[in-house]
Write a new protein. Structure first.
Ligand code: NAP
Length: 465
């Protein structure tokens, strides 16, 4: 049975709708109120793209496709069920799969078409395979570092950047040779091999700390390689989807680098994320004041304006539902409660927003750093729940601090600061936080979930007003 012309148009139309849905999806994903719709639009778009592809005229045998779909589902379903804190490495694995696929498709296309590959096609095909190859192994390395299967520590040696750039240059040189003479079939595996090796070498010097930024960058590469594949396969849908992926991944990595006070080149070439055993040498016995849940509840109940700053510790403790209860009791007592969200609080972009949304805390109570910072001087209590680095005033004042210059939440400007954490241990950046030694700061030592629960119990017990 041959497909008729109208059927072909029908597929093009499906692709067009899918393209529009991808664009809408990204737009909707950028605000919490529409994010859910954004996810649906993206899924529908991807569903349409798959259906459209299955009706392509070029397909003569559906058996391999069926096997692929089943295999993909078997791998994909458990991947979708990982814990929230494992999402960065899960995402890295998805990029690795996507990039592997792009590399394989590029390889197949080359051997099907060589030696008759037009110069333009050979150029984008090389770009597809080089980016795909390095993203494949790079993403696997990144996932391994985050999952702590591989050492998180950056591994560096002299001349590393030179070696890496040299490798990339060789891959590009082979690509040029192939563009000039696509008949050199034996050069192709060398190009793929070098790209795969380059992906490993690229990630080796980067510490676990910078992995989320790097993953977002690898996301961008995966998108670019998919767009290149779109040119090779003559698929407008792939070109658009790849370009969207490429640019949004790039924008996200730039935002993250800024929020963590790193230049982009620093992340890529700086061997950051090394454990800073900081200047812990000069230990002047600094004292902190600690308080009980009962005392904390009393202070909160007496406040009229409270800002809650959540961080990684809230995520680890899964304290978001208790935090919601706290929000409820305080609001009921007439206290104005809002949340200060730092762009890199937690371990992935949007980490806090997702958790607080899960606990049904109203979106309009979540304020971004710049908005909340102007409120903090008029705030009675800043309650920090498992956050550390994002509140460290050393970032403003101490030029020798590794986080100097990083924008922070100005919680030290509130009248009273209360910090829930288990110990005096540092956070992600591995450095001490002068906030804890201020006169106005009270340390509430304990697990975030347990301690917030205790405060809620005190507040609802009615014993304090
Ligand atoms: P943080 O600086 O890592 O501090 C988290 C604090 O939570 C720790 O000091 C820890 O203190 C406490 N904690 C851990 N488990 C807890 C529990 N069960 N109950 C109570 N407290 C607990 O976190 P942050 O302030 O959210 O800052 C995020 C950091 O991660 C920044 O340095 C940022 O640059 C980095 N980062 C962010 C991203 C991102 O995309 N969001 C990506 C990569 C890196 P105790 O051990 O004393 O309890």
């Amino acid at each position: 049975m041959t497909m008729t012309l109208p059927a072909f148009h029908w597929i093009e139309l499906v692709y067009l709708v899918a393209t529009a849905l991808f664009i809408l999806s990204l737009m909707w994903l950028s605000a919490p109120t529409t994010a859910r719709r954004g996810v649906w639009a993206g899924e529908l778009g991807m569903g349409l793209a798959i259906v459209g592809t299955l009706f392509e005229r070029g397909i003569i045998d559906y058996r391999w496709i069926a096997i692929g779909l089943v295999l993909g589902a078997i791998i994909g379903v458990p991947l979708g069920m990982v814990q929230m804190t494992a999402v960065p490495q899960r995402t890295a694995l998805s990029h690795a799969f996507g990039a592997c696929c792009v590399t394989l498709v590029g390889t197949a296309e080359f051997y099907l078409r060589s030696p008759n590959v037009p110069k333009f096609v050979m150029s984008v095909l090389s770009m597809e395979v080089i980016l795909g190859g390095l993203t494949f192994t790079g993403s696997l390395m990144a996932a391994g570092k985050l999952q702590e299967v591989l050492p998180q520590r950056p591994i560096t040696y002299k001349g590393q950047n030179l070696v890496n750039l040299g490798m990339l240059a060789v891959a590009v040189a082979i690509a040029v040779a192939l563009v000039l003479n696509p008949g050199h079939r034996n050069l192709f595996p060398a190009m793929v091999g070098i790209s795969l090796l380059f992906g490993v070498m690229l990630i080796v010097p980067i510490g676990g700390a910078d992995m989320p930024t790097v993953i977002s960058l690898l996301n961008s590469y995966a998108g670019l390689s998919a767009a290149a594949m779109g040119f090779v396969l003559n698929s407008k849908l792939l070109i658009v989807a790849g370009a969207l992926d490429g640019s949004s991944g790039f924008i996200l990595s730039v935002i993250m680098s800024k929020a963590m006070n790193r230049s982009f080149t620093n992340v890529l070439f700086g061997a950051f994320g090394q454990v800073q055993t900081a200047a812990a040498g000069a230990v002047e016995a600094k004292t902190v004041r600690s308080a009980s849940a009962e005392e904390a509840a009393g202070i909160l109940a007496a406040a009229s304006k409270v800002v809650i700053v959540p961080g990684y510790g809230m995520a680890v403790a899964q304290a978001q539902h208790k935090v919601r209860e706290l929000y409820d009791v305080l609001t009921k007592k007439g206290v104005e409660v809002s949340f200060g969200i730092h762009p890199v609080a937690g371990r992935m972009p949007g980490h806090m927003n997702v958790l607080l949304a899960e606990a049904d805390i109203p979106y309009d109570r979540l304020l971004e750093m710049d908005d909340i910072n102007s409120d903090l001087p008029q705030t009675d209590v800043a309650l920090i729940i498992g956050a550390n680095d994002v509140t460290n005033p050393a970032a403003r004042t101490d030029t020798s601090s590794p986080i100097y210059g990083m924008p922070i939440l100005d919680v030290d400007k509130a009248r009273t600061v209360m910090v829930i954490k288990r110990s005096m241990n540092p956070g992600f950046a591995g450095i001490d936080n002068p906030l804890y030694y201020l006169d106005r700061t009270l340390m509430l030592f304990g697990d975030a979930k347990g301690f917030v629960g205790d405060i809620v119990r005190e507040l609802s017990g009615g014993s304090h007003h």
